[in-house]
Ligand binder design. Structure first.
Ligand SMILES: [Zn+2]
Length: 164
């Protein structure tokens, strides 16, 4: 499945899901570089729902590189079964743990429309915050549980612990 990210064509090679929504996605894209010669490069994407709103999907580039046609086998914790989809021609390194392979990517619903392409209606973000108190991800820190002190540190309100 092809998609366009920041004006560049990517091929989606791997998607895994949490609660039916994309969670970890791998793409590959063609890099034309004079010194090294042109090559395919993998990119990793982390998807999350904004403030627990399951129709508001965001994604973050969590790095790139590695062999685009060999992806580390996904592993999930015991008592959980993760769903994943992988494109033809890309293989898994290692053994899948507690995962079930899907024959097709899952379609999911957003405010802007329904798609099996995780990028189509999701919004890219360059940073995200996690709140361990409510378990929500967001593009901004959780104002309900977290505050910023005079030194610009983010801390939890309840026990004043610092956020990494
Ligand atoms: Zn919170």
């Amino acid at each position: 499945m092809k998609t366009n990210i920041e004006g560049k064509e990517h091929i989606i090679t791997y998607i895994d899901y949490q609660d039916g929504l994309p969670h970890s996605v791998v793409t590959k894209f063609y890099v034309e570089q004079a010194e090294k010669g042109a090559y395919w490069r993998a990119a990793n994407w982390f998807f999350f729902v904004e403030k627990n709103d399951k129709k508001d999907i965001r994604f973050y580039n969590s790095g790139s590189g590695g062999n685009p046609d060999k992806i580390d086998a996904p592993q999930w914790i015991d008592d959980y079964v993760g769903n994943f989809w992988i494109t033809n021609g890309v293989i898994l390194k290692g053994k899948v743990k507690n995962g079930k392979q899907l024959s097709m990517p899952l379609e999911f619903d957003t405010y802007s429309g329904k798609s099996i392409n995780p990028f189509e209606f999701a919004e890219e973000t360059t940073s995200y915050e996690y709140c361990a108190r409510c378990g929500n991800f967001s593009t901004e820190y959780c104002k309900e549980h977290i505050y910023e002190n005079d030194d610009g540190e983010l801390r939890y309100m309840d026990d004043d612990s610092i956020i990494d």
